[in-house]
Design a binder for this molecule. Sequence first.
Ligand code: MG
Length: 342
Amino acid sequence: MPSERGLRGLFGKQRAPLDGVDVVLADLDGVLYAGSAPIPHAADALNAAQDAGIRLGCLTNNASRTPESVAEQLTELGFRVRGDDIVTSPQAAVRILHDLVPGGSTVLVVGGDGLVTELGKAGYTVTRSAEDSPAAVVQGFAQDVVWTQLAEASFALADADVVWVATNTDWTIPQARGIAPGNGTLVSAVHTAVGRLPVVAGKPERPMYDLAVERFGAKSPLAVGDRLDTDIAGAVRVGMASALVLTGIDRAKQVLAAKKEERPTYVLSDLRELSEPYPTPSISRSGSAVEVRGAAVRLDGDAVRIVKRGEKEIDLLRAASTLIWNTGRPIFTLDVPEELYA
Ligand SMILES: [Mg+2]
């Protein structure tokens, strides 16, 4: 007679994150590559998913590059994508603009190629000067954005009728030499001058996810990202399943402390686990003990205790995050052993 575990396998109770998924919507940095190097196992895992009939789409907040140049870089790293598979924050910004200003309007751009190309494709006239009476300002990141561009945006936005769209408001942008200020800081500079806020297109805002679902005809998409505050928060907001992969920015510590609106459906050590059975946590009736495949934790007053480490570190993290999230208490009110996140 098969063991309980055998029966579970037999009836397929433990589904893999990719089961039933038609489109994977992957973030780039920290998920597919880190700087100029591919993330281990990412290409193999996603190529296998594509072989199984799942479509791969990529969602990027970075407004400085065109979809074609992103696709070219990914292809060199072993991923199978074309320009059409890349959804960028400038594309989402253009989609917003359609609803806010008449077609063919003059738009003042703060940003680079990625933005100028999309605005041109959509039939807008691009300017860099507030003197041209633009109907809108669209602001995205580019390495060569300078003070004079921020000043032109501010002069244009002094007119309350001028629409302001930001591609994204990420505070930081990872660079080969470290972490640098992202578009959020540049938007904030303009905000300080004009006293109002832009409409935002990129993750975690809705337009980018809507655009991706529409373009790929996704019925049951899975968002995959390395940041809780953008990739995962956006997916939660639109009601999309999501997987956080621990190969980028957010790690165990951030997972344990994740706010309700930033909690992923799955936590993965790398993308191979997309197609591996995802264990369902066993939760005790009182909710004070959780076990995931041999890794067990319990709540003892304010203290989270490790009962059994289990075989895989990721299972211990899955158990501990389930326990902590289910308490409904903020992480700082709990005593969490350092080995859970060190
Ligand atoms: Mg990322």
